[in-house]
Design a protein around this ligand. Structure first.
Ligand code: 147
Length: 640
């Protein structure tokens, strides 16, 4: 009878032939960006911060990532926040902004062999008069490479514009500019969109010379769905370029693990892809934002130090701890168990030393135990084979990355039984390991909470503040005030990746309920500034933010508003006081006690409203538009 997908294949013979052909393996990595998803990591206590970094990057400890792709911040929302640009205004390059350079340095310190990859989702509004495909953008990317270089970082790969297609002349100019400016070693990835770029690469030798790697997004799944198989195009496979899943994932850190390992293994068997980049690296965001559990790990509580390691980290480790970029896939040792997708798939890779090898088998779609016979040949080691496994269909630390068996091949052959729902790695290498650091328990961020910012370095991220649009960073106070303040530094609408909103940021615990949020505010420009209270669920895009708002304008107009996660704003109360003017400091506050909302300016109550829609949520601050206003002495005080 014909083989039934999912039923037990009697036995599969895997020919691991070291003399065989196969593409060069480029690595397995993850994406910090696209964006804001790593934001709270840098605010973790030093001990837990290092443990999280170890679980992500330390060889033989956790996910052991081989490529780190980061966002080149553009002051614009790229999914879960806005990452800061190095150049908010033309000509003022501030290399110290944001956390991605810091993250790359941490990753390199743990694994000097990790490859680095930069990609922009958006860019500051001054660039190209709003046109991303401009010379300004090319010069801006060169400045970003310069900031990396100043930090001792060599960038291996650079992309164009995330999921916004490509402009052939722009890519060619980027290549020639990089070559002229001392970055000929930086490989350009085109186009972080779909496979269609390969059609033009095949048709146009100049374009082919400009692009070194073809990177496609989500080649193994429909929108948000789990991958069962991967696809490419004949133009891509015949291009002669390495083919990458330059973004994949968008799955929960535990339940997404089967799709993750399928995308890696079937990415090669189905589509000859040689790198896989998971979105995102980590969910270091509060739980009210989109995709709060996607990544290798979660770490949304810098105040408690709490974090968790996802099954996706162990699924990744089943490949990364057993290979290195530069190894070679062996086509002979790659395929489907019993020749049927339903039984699972396997890939084999050969070390650059020509002797060691690793075979990764995934049985995530199988329903019964199967026998695997391995025949080793072509100069590969006949030494002891170490078997490591992860029960990926039933995520549990107890069954992840277990050294389950050692086998001595006889005349280059051996057999094992594989259970359904697992990843097995068969290897002659050693040095694997499973980290032992343990997270502290979760806890709420206690009230009162306040920050004067006076100890913070210019250009740094205000502690715990998650910027959603624009660029909030610590700067010297204006208006004759001494010390440090928080300033919005994106002076105009950025080149956006998802829709526009006002420039704002959120801070604190989503369980806060009855409290007063207050802040000093300096209207540096005419317009409206705002405080957020009970900021809760956010849908995409970032304007779809559930919260109460207190807005004040330089004219003296004020309002208490309710913003909803469907993007509408309802005014609950409004009025006018004498003009606040610009260039002066004021103190504004919003009280939330049960359904009673009360607002004050400079200590005088200006109005109140009653609304029961939101009971809990974060505080926040913002401007309506992109004024470069400042904030200071943010305080969140509990109401009894
Ligand atoms: C990606 C973006 O590149 C990321 O910045 C982030 O927004 C992520 C969230 O899922 O989405 O874009 C996707 C494009 C295509 C698919 C999924 C995500 N898809 O076809 O499944």
């Amino acid at each position: 009878p014909a083989a039934t997908p999912g039923a037990a294949a009697a036995a599969t013979t895997i020919a691991v032939n070291g003399a065989g052909t196969g593409r060069t393996f480029d690595g397995i990595g993850a994406i910090s960006g696209g964006g804001g998803n790593s934001r709270l990591l840098i605010d973790y206590p030093p001990a837990q911060r290092q443990q999280i970094l170890d679980y992500l990057f330390e060889p033989g400890y956790g996910a052991d990532l081989q490529i780190l792709k980061v966002e080149i911040g553009g002051d614009t929302n790229s999914t879960d926040g806005a990452e800061p640009s190095i150049e908010h205004t033309a000509g003022n390059v501030q290399c110290g902004t944001g956390y991605e350079f810091w993250l790359m340095q941490q990753a390199k310190a743990l694994n000097p062999n990790i490859k680095l990859y930069g990609l922009a989702w958006g860019a500051p509004g001054w660039i190209g008069g709003g046109d991303f495909w401009s010379t300004d953008t090319i010069n801006y990317l060169v400045s970003w490479l310069g900031c990396a270089k100043a930090d001792g970082l060599t960038i291996d790969y650079l992309g164009g514009w995330n999921e916004r297609g490509y402009n052939i002349a722009w890519y060619e100019q980027l290549r020639s500019t990089l070559n002229a400016d001392g970055y000929s070693g930086v490989q350009i990835v085109g186009a972080d969109s779909d496979w269609s770029v390969a059609n033009d690469i095949d048709a146009d030798p100049a374009f082919a010379n400009a692009v070194q790697v073809i990177g496609s997004h989500y080649p193994c799944q429909g929108d948000g769905g789990p991958a069962l198989s991967c696809s490419t195009t004949s133009q891509a496979t015949s291009s002669g370029k390495p083919l990458w899943a330059s973004e994949n994932g968008s799955q929960d850190m535990d339940t997404g693990a089967p799709a993750l390992i399928r995308s890696i293994v079937r990415g090669y068997t189905d589509a000859r892809m040689t790198a896989y980049l998971n979105w995102p690296l980590i969910a270091a965001i509060t739980p009210n934002l989109p995709y709060p559990t996607d990544g290798m790990m979660t770490a949304g509580q810098p105040w408690s130090g709490n974090y968790s390691v996802g099954e996706s980290a162990w699924a990744t480790a089943q490949v990364t701890q057993f290979t290195e970029p530069g190894w070679q896939f062996l086509d002979s040792g790659s395929g489907y168990l019993g020749g049927a997708e339903g039984n699972g798939a396997y890939v084999s890779l050969k070390s650059t030393n020509g002797s060691d090898y690793s075979t990764v088998i995934e049985t995530t779609t199988a329903t019964a135990a199967q026998t695997v016979n391995v025949n080793v040949s072509g100069g590969l080691s006949n030494g002891t084979v170490h078997v490591w496994s992860t029960d990926v269909n039933a995520p549990s630390p107890a069954t992840a990355l277990i050294h389950s068996q050692d086998i001595t091949p006889a005349n280059g052959s051996y057999s094992l039984t594989v259970q359904p729902g697992y990843i097995y790695t068969l290897t002659t290498t050693t040095g694997q390991g499973k980290g032992t650091a343990v997270s502290p328990a979760p806890a709420t961020l206690g009230l009162p909470y306040n920050d004067s910012y006076d100890q913070d370095a210019t250009g740094s991220e205000p502690q715990y503040l998650q910027t959603m649009q624009g660029a909030y960073q610590v700067e010297p106070c204006l208006g004759g005030r001494s010390g440090q303040c928080v300033q919005q530094l994106a002076p105009t609408t950025p080149i956006e990746w998802q829709s526009d909103s006002d420039a704002y940021g959120l801070i604190g615990d989503t369980t806060w309920s009855n409290y007063t949020v207050s802040s000093d505010v300096y209207l540096n420009q005419a317009g409206t500034a705002e405080l957020f209270g009970r900021a809760n669920k956010q849908d995409r895009p970032q304007s779809d933010q559930a919260a109460y708002l207190f807005r004040v304008s330089d004219s003296g107009a004020w309002s208490i508003d309710r913003s909803d996660a469907v993007g509408s704003i309802t005014t609950l109360a409004s009025g006018t006081v004498s003009a606040l003017g610009t260039g002066r400091w004021h103190t504004i506050a919003l009280n939330m006690w049960g359904t009673a909302l009360t607002a004050s300016i400079d200590g005088t109550t200006v109005g109140s409203a009653s609304d029961g829609t939101y009971q809990t949520g974060q505080a926040g601050l913002g401007v309506v538009g992109y004024q470069t206003d400042q904030f200071d002495n943010l305080a969140v005080n509990p109401l009894p």
